[in-house]
Design a protein around this ligand. Structure first.
Ligand code: SF4
Ligand code: SF4
Length: 290
């Protein structure tokens, strides 16, 4: 079983359009994992029908039992995050500000504070309209620990792949270089970086490559909207050459990306020409590397 992760240093490069198009061409051979848990959008194209869902608990937040609390004020004084306020004469935790450090729990003289794990979202196993099994998740607004949730989604995807006897797992990772991306890369066999020829695109490409190389991962790159800025595109190609990163494809700027997303379709369902051919070539290049 091989795991391919698609990431981008920044949002808006077309990562999910690329992931869904790649999935479409190998729909009988793979399992999808949507690990862009902070802002998932693969479901807009894949339209998963969930056949199992699980509450996801992670991280702790302080909770004050106002019946036991004597309003001594110690917790409000010692909380470094100013997460405890007095409302209507009682002490309360401002959940969004609480970092779950547990210090107030240790210092409360009457044990009025508990620190339960939080229900921060749901994880799902699904079948998609294309028949591709998919693991995905929904994080509640403001919830953290998305890196841990990514690890859970990947674990579920591996289980699905093993049950369904699929040889490939295709992971739609998060943009950026934060914790969820690190979690997406863990245990992968190959990483595809989707970038665009802009100054920020080039800068973010170098950062995300620096992250991928720490995992000693084979890396390929797709330059989307490659014709928009030939000067920066050439700089990107120079960077890829210097780092031994395989250039998997240069995609032209195309309104098909927007139109396909609006219609909830993959690129080739929206417009078979030229996308079938383009993505077939991407798979050929990638599998040679793999
Ligand atoms: S330290 Fe305990 S008793 Fe004192 S205000 Fe906070 S919760 Fe209430
Ligand atoms: S757990 Fe830490 S951050 Fe949260 S309220 Fe208590 S002291 Fe403040």
């Amino acid at each position: 079983m091989k795991e391919i992760v698609i990431i981008s240093g920044k949002g808006g490069t077309g990562k999910t359009s690329v992931a869904s198009a790649m999935a479409y061409l190998k729909k009988d051979e793979l399992v999808l994992a949507d690990c862009d848990v902070d802002a998932a959008d693969l479901h807009l194209i894949m339209k998963p029908q969930n056949h199992s869902e699980d509450d996801y608990y992670s991280g702790i937040k302080a909770v004050i039992d106002t019946g036991t609390c004597t309003n001594c004020g110690i917790c409000a004084q010692i909380c470094r995050f100013d997460a405890i306020e007095v409302r209507d004469g009682s002490h309360h935790v401002v959940t969004l500000d609480c970092e779950g450090c547990g210090y107030c729990f240790l210092r409360c003289p009457v044990n009025a504070i508990s620190i339960p794990e939080q229900n921060v979202g749901k994880v799902y196993l699904a079948d998609t309209r294309l028949g591709i099994p998919m693991a995905h998740a929904r994080l509640k607004i403001g919830a953290d620990n998305s890196g841990k949730l990514v690890a859970r989604v990947k674990r579920d995807a591996r289980k699905l792949a093993s049950e369904k006897e699929k040889a490939l797992i295709l992971v739609d990772g998060s943009p950026g270089i934060g914790c969820p991306v690190i979690s997406s890369l863990s245990g992968a066999d190959y990483v595809v970086i989707v970038t665009e020829p802009t100054r920020s695109g080039l800068s973010d490409l170098t950062r995300v490559w620096d992250l991928a190389r720490r995992f000693d991962l084979k890396t390929g790159c797709i330059i989307n909207k490659a014709d928009l800025n030939p000067e920066v595109r050439d700089e990107i190609i120079e960077f890829l050459d210097s780092k031994g990163i395989k250039l998997l494809a240069q995609l032209p700027y195309s309104n098909d990306f927007t139109q396909a997303i609006i219609q909830g379709k993959t690129l080739m369902e929206h417009n078979p020409q030229p996308w079938n051919l383009v993505f077939d070539q991407i798979w050929t290049n990638l599998l040679k590397e793999l």
